[in-house]
Design a protein around this ligand. Structure first.
Ligand SMILES: Nc1ncnc2c1ncn2[C@@H]1O[C@H](COP(=O)(O)OP(=O)(O)OP(=O)(O)O)[C@@H](O)[C@H]1O
Ligand SMILES: [Mg+2]
Length: 352
């Protein structure tokens, strides 16, 4: 978690320093004042990328050459990020250049809840896999090595397919790819079973109208039912050769929780969909706390979008009970919190 944050030349923020608390940090301000930009700065620092733009040039303040974000963590590890129009991105962790982004993810575990997170169900499976894999990365140490190996082998197999290599050369990769893919599937299912257990309880508190609903796990491996991944890869070789890439595997998996045997998107209102997404993030943050030494960070942009005051209250009560450092933005705030809140008022990119 962060103990200090300084942002320079990011969007409308020329220079802003704040000392967040370990609980709930509430960032208030009018439309366009710079609230989401503060979250963007934290996201950029913890993940090495923005949630708003692929090209960081757009995030640099107009007429400036570079943006800078500097922070300190509760473990006294300084983190610094600089993006310069000419020299690109530089990140320093504990006063040394960063080698891998996963080091940063380990140091500053972060989940981002966008204002439109209710679209979780409509978006592609990649988004749902990312959410699940975030939890696994922090909870299950072997997951990352399986995933890194899987990705590398998949790239090599795809490259062989693109170059129209003979079938025997493509199939060289299958056994290894399948071994890691099967391991990933097992870990993902285990994690989802654990998430589901806690999710049912937490979601009932956020959304009491579904207090007695029954949630069940729906998981799609990413390859044909009833086959092993190795069999599926072999069975779809001709199709893969035509496509020029590997279609089946853990990179094509998807999951959801069914509610009373129906898909949430067919049952839930938009506010309920937002609460569903929030509950997933909260459960994973709680699980990650057991394996990380430090609190993870939860960014919640625009709490009031899609949620009425009563349900915002439920969210705040739940956040107050969670072992996470939260940054919540809102244009106005009518909710009482049972926890300790520190408020920051932003006006034209400055703290007021
Ligand atoms: N590169 C840039 N340089 C300067 N200003 C920028 C840049 N990009 C965006 N802005 C402006 O920065 C301001 C901050 O936007 P931000 O999205 O952080 O506001 P917000 O407080 O979250 O507003 P809302 O309540 O509408 O979500 C906006 O006025 C935006 O137009
Ligand atoms: Mg905003």
């Amino acid at each position: 978690m962060l103990t200090q944050l300084t942002v320079s030349n990011l969007r409308n923020i020329t220079k802003l320093s704040l000392q967040p608390i370990s609980g709930i940090n509430l960032i208030l301000g009018e439309n366009g004042s710079g609230k989401t930009s503060v979250l963007e700065a934290i996201h950029l620092l913890a993940m090495g990328r923005s949630f708003r733009t692929r090209s960081l040039k757009n995030a640099i303040q107009f007429d400036q050459q570079q943006l800078q974000i500097i922070a300190n963590t509760s473990s006294e590890t300084p983190v610094g990020l600089q993006y310069d129009k000419n020299n690109g991105l530089k990140i320093r962790l504990n006063r040394a250049p960063l080698k891998r982004l996963s080091e940063l993810a380990m140091q500053l575990p972060l989940q981002f809840v966008p204002a439109n997170c209710h679209q979780f169900f409509e978006q592609g499976p990649r988004y749902r896999r990312q959410l699940l894999d975030w939890g696994l990365f922090h909870v299950e140490p072997s997951f990352n090595s399986h995933w890194q190996s899987y990705k590398k082998i998949l790239q090599q197999r795809n490259s062989a397919l693109r170059q129209h290599k003979p079938a025997s050369e493509i199939q060289l990769w299958d056994a290894h790819l399948a071994a890691h893919g099967e391991a990933i599937t097992t870990l993902r299912k285990q994690q989802l079973e654990r998430v589901l257990e806690q999710f049912s309880v937490l979601f009932a508190r956020l959304c009491p109208v579904y207090e007695s609903a029954k949630f069940t796990l729906k998981y799609r491996n990413g390859w044909v039912k009833g086959a092993t991944l190795e069999q599926a890869l072999s069975g779809s070789l001709v199709r893969d050769q035509q496509l020029g890439y590997t279609r089946s595997g853990s990179h094509a998996a998807d999951w959801s929780f069914k509610i009373n045997d129906a898909d949430p998107i067919e049952m839930f209102s938009r506010g309920q969909q937002k609460l569903f997404f929030l509950a997933l993030c909260m459960v994973q943050a709680r699980m990650a706390e057991h394996s990380n030494r430090d609190r993870s960070i939860l960014l919640l942009d625009d709490i009031s979008s899609e949620l009425d005051v009563k349900h915002q209250q439920n969210v705040m009560d739940e956040l107050a009970r969670l072992p996470v450092q939260t940054f919540v933005t809102a244009t106005h705030f009518e909710v009482k919190s049972s926890g300790i809140i520190k408020m920051f008022h932003v006006e034209r990119g400055e703290l007021r």
